[in-house]
Design a protein around this ligand. Structure first.
Ligand SMILES: [Zn+2]
Length: 210
């Protein structure tokens, strides 16, 4: 298996690393890859945790609105609908996309890859999904998500009162877990797909072409 240096395009044969070791380019000294087995094993539990947190964030009321004299506690989704109906369609779309759609799409794509991989199977369309994740990553998922949460809190606090409850705290936890998930380079998934033998250890064979 060959690895190209991102900095100078030199080609190297990938070798198995011990935990926490990292490989650097012989020509320019740039970082090539690091041992990601431990990070990879943590990935599926983190993705499942993030999905549960996302569910909790959206199941519990996050704002309280005064409608026709009565105080109503609503979920993020209801708040999005209220924003949309109240001539704030653009804000509603930004809030929906950044706090619900983007994280959900990312987590579902990861689940689609990781669940079969945990059973040593390759899901159909594996390469396309990894490329899909790679293409959405440059958006700076975590920054976009945090801006989304910020916009939500600021915008909603002008028409409603943000509740410091279960939904808000699980959003906070989601930020941390998402950051951990997004620190994993999705290109490493290709390596873990074909690098694991039956014993679960990476079996890197030297490339005969180099
Ligand atoms: Zn290099």
């Amino acid at each position: 298996m060959l690895v190209a240096c991102e900095h100078c395009d030199a080609l190297h044969t990938r070798v198995a690393l011990k935990p926490d070791e990292r490989a650097t380019c012989l020509r320019c000294g740039g970082a090539l890859y690091r041992d990601s087995l431990r990070a990879y094993r943590r990935l599926l539990p983190l993705v499942v945790t993030a999905l549960i947190l996302l569910l909790i964030s959206n199941a519990y009321p996050i704002v309280a609105m005064d409608l026709k004299g009565s105080r109503m506690e609503t979920t993020l989704w209801s708040a999005v609908q209220a924003l949309y109906a109240g001539d704030m369609a653009l804000v509603a779309i930004i809030v929906f996309a950044t706090t619900i759609l983007f994280p959900l799409a990312e987590l579902l794509m990861m689940c689609y890859l990781l669940v079969p991989m945990a059973q040593r199977r390759k899901p159909p369309g594996f390469d396309r999904i990894v490329r899909g994740i790679l293409q959405t990553r440059p958006w700076g998922m975590i920054e976009v998500f945090m801006i989304g949460v910020l916009v939500t809190v600021v915008k909603l606090s002008t028409i409603a009162q943000v509740l410091p409850g279960v939904a808000l705290w699980s959003f906070g936890a989601l930020v941390v877990v998402l950051a951990a998930i997004l620190s994993f380079d999705p290109r490493e998934l290709w390596h873990h797909l074909d690098a694991h033998g039956a014993d679960g250890m990476p079996t890197c064979s030297p490339d005969p072409a180099s």
